[in-house]
Design a binder for this molecule. Structure first.
Ligand SMILES: *Cc1c(COP(=O)(O)O)cnc(C)c1O
Length: 461
C-alpha cells in the first residue's frame, strides 16, 4: 500500500473503466488488473497510466487465448496431444452433449427401476470389439495400466517383469518405472536393452513375481541387433508358469493400419487377446478415435476384481465420456458399413483421404485465398499418425506451402494462431505449411478466411 501511494498508480476501477467491454467474467478481469498493478508497483520504471491500461489489455487478451476453443490443425499430425488428440465422430460428440444436457440412466436400471451398473452397455460392446470375455473403462490408459498391475500385487509378490527395451517413457509424465511404482509394484528389468528372450523371462520368474508386463514401444523403434519375445511366446510362458500377463498397447488400433497405406502394423487388442494376453489396456483417444479413456479388456474374473479395487472408483469415467465412447465403439463394430460405421470417425477419414481429394481442396483453397504480397503454392507433404504412435509410418499428403512476405514466418504463424479461428501449421525450411490431411473439408471455408486475414497488411501497424 505504501509503495502504491508513493507511485501514484491508477486505481483498479480506473483501469477497468478504460478497458473495452469484456467477454471474460468481471471478477477475472478485476483479478488480471490487480495483477498488472502489482507488477507495476515493483517495476523498475514507474509505468504511465496508458502503459498500465495497455498491459492490462494484453493480460486479458493473453488469458482469453487460453480458453479451450476449436482450432484448425494444419500440422499433419493426426493424433495431436497438444490439440486434444483426436476429434470425436459427430454422433459421439452429440451423445456427450445430450448426456450433459439431460438426466440419463447412468446408474439406474430402467427395466427394474433399481440400481443399474455404470457403463454396462459400453463395457459389453468393448469386450465384443476386443474379442475378450469382459472389458471396462477408466480415465485414461495410464490409469488402466495402474489398475491392471495393482490387481496382481499381493504381499511378497510385487515384481513386474518388463523387458529392458520396454521400460520406456511416453509423452510427458508417463514412464513405465514410475507407473509401476505408483501401482505398488517393483520393476524387475529383464534381458538387455536390445535383446530379450523368453528364456530371460523364464529365469527371472521367482516367488516375488507378480506379473509379466509387455509394453508396446509406441513412440520409438529399435532396429539392428534386436529381439524381444512376441505376445504369443510370453503368453505361453505365463500360462505354463501360472504368472499373470498384462499388455499395455497404448494406441489400440481397431482398423488394419496397413490397409491405410501405413508402413507399420499397429497391434489390435483382439489380436493380442487371441494370442493369449490375459489383460490388455489401451487409450480411448488415440487410434481408437474416441474420448480420453483407458480401456481394459481381458478375462471376466480379472475385470471383475479390477472393478472392486477402491482405486477404480478414483479413476472412473463420467457420463459425458461414457456417452461419447459408446457411440465410438458402435461405429467400430459397424465398420463393415462405412457410411454409418468407422467411416464416420475423423481418425479413419483422415487416414483414408486420398491425395487426389486433398489436391482438389488445395486448388480450391489456393484460388480463393490469393496471397497478397507473399506466395502460396500446393506442395507434397507428409503426415504423421502422432500421439506417440507408429513413428516409422507417414502418409503422403498435400499441403499449402506459404511464403508470407512481408510477414516473417513466426509472425505469420502467430497471426494465424490468434485469429478468430486459430490455425496451427508448421514451419519447415523457409516456408509455413498447412497440411490438408488434418484439416476437415468442413473447415476449408474458415481456413481460407483465416489465411486471407493473415495475409492482410496490419492496419494498426
Ligand atoms: C499413450 C500411451 C499410454 C498413455 O495413454 P493415456 O491414455 O494418455 O494415459 C500408455 N502406454 C502406451 C504404450 C502408450 O502409447
Amino acid at each position: 500500500m505504501k509503495t502504491r501511494s508513493l507511485r501514484n498508480l491508477p486505481s483498479v476501477d480506473r483501469v477497468l473503466t478504460r478497458l473495452e467491454p469484456q467477454t471474460l467474467p468481471r471478477p477475472v478481469v478485476v483479478d488480471l488488473v490487480r495483477q498488472t498493478l502489482r507488477e507495476a508497483r515493483v517495476a523498475e520504471k514507474v509505468p504511465s497510466e496508458n502503459e498500465i491500461v495497455e498491459q492490462a489489455r494484453l493480460a486479458v487478451a493473453g488469458h482469453l487465448a487460453r480458453k479451450i476453443r476449436p482450432v484448425i490443425n494444419g500440422t499433419g499430425v493426426l493424433i495431436h496431444t497438444n490439440l486434444g488428440r483426436v476429434p470425436l465422430a459427430e454422433p459421439a460428440a452429440q451423445a456427450a452433449a445430450v448426456a450433459g444436457f439431460d438426466y440419463n440412466n447412468l446408474e439406474i436400471d430402467l427395466e427394474s427401476g433399481g440400481r443399474g451398473q455404470r457403463g454396462a452397455y459400453v463395457e459389453r460392446h468393448l469386450a465384443v470389439a476386443c474379442g475378450a470375455e469382459a472389458a471396462t473403462v477408466v480415465n485414461n490408459c495410464a490409469a488402466a495400466l495402474v489398475l491392471s498391475v495393482r490387481r496382481w500385487i499381493r504381499g511378497e509378490r510385487r515384481e513386474a517383469l518388463v523387458s529392458r527395451g520396454e521400460s520406456i517413457q511416453i509423452g510427458g509424465g508417463f514412464r513405465i518405472p514410475e507407473m509401476l511404482e505408483a501401482s505398488g509394484a517393483v520393476l524387475r528389468d529383464v534381458g538387455t536393452t536390445n535383446k530379450t528372450t523368453v528364456a530371460d523371462f523364464s529365469k527371472a520368474i521367482g516367488k516375488r513375481t507378480a506379473l509379466i508386463l509387455r509394453v508396446h514401444r509406441s513412440n520409438f523403434f529399435m532396429s539392428g541387433f534386436v529381439a524381444s519375445p512376441s505376445t504369443k511366446e510370453l503368453a505361453l510362458l505365463a500360462r505354463k508358469r501360472r504368472i499373470p500377463f498384462v499388455e499395455d498397447l497404448g494406441s489400440g488400433a481397431m482398423m488394419n493400419t496397413e490397409a491405410h497405406a501405413l508402413q507399420e502394423h499397429e497391434p489390435r487388442p483382439a489380436e493380442l487377446i487371441a494370442d493369449g494376453a490375459g489383460t490388455v489396456c489401451f487409450s480411448g483417444d488415440k487410434l481408437f478415435g474416441g474420448p480420453q479413456a483407458g480401456i481394459i479388456a481381458g478375462r471376466r474374473s480379472v475385470i471383475a476384481s479390477i472393478k472392486k479395487d477402491p482405486m477404480f472408483r478414483a479413476f472412473r469415467c463420467d457420463k459425458l465420456v461414457l456417452a461419447a465412447l459408446q457411440e465410438t465403439v458402435d461405429l467400430h463394430l459397424r465398420s463393415v458399413d462405412t457410411q454409418t460405421g468407422s467411416g464416420a470417425l475423423p481418425i479413419v477419414q483422415m487416414l483414408e483421404a486420398s491425395e487426389a481429394s486433398l489436391r482438389i481442396r488445395a486448388e480450391r483453397l489456393a484460388q480463393s485465398i490469393g496471397s497478397a504480397g507473399g506466395s502460396l503454392v500446393i506442395a507434397n507433404a507428409s503426415s504423421q499418425v502422432g500421439g506417440g504412435t507408429m513413428p516409422r509410418s507417414s502418409l503422403r499428403s498435400i499441403a499449402l506451402q506459404i511464403r508470407p512476405d512481408p510477414w516473417s514466418l513466426e509472425a505469420f504463424a502467430k497471426r494465424l494462431r490468434l485469429g478468430p479461428t486459430p490455425v496451427v501449421g508448421y514451419i519447415s525450411g523457409r516456408s509455413f505449411w498447412i497440411d490438408l490431411r488434418t484439416v476437415f473439408p468442413r473447415q476449408d471455408h474458415a481456413l481460407a478466411e483465416a489465411l486471407r486475414a493473415a495475409f492482410q497488411p496490419d492496419s494498426a501497424a
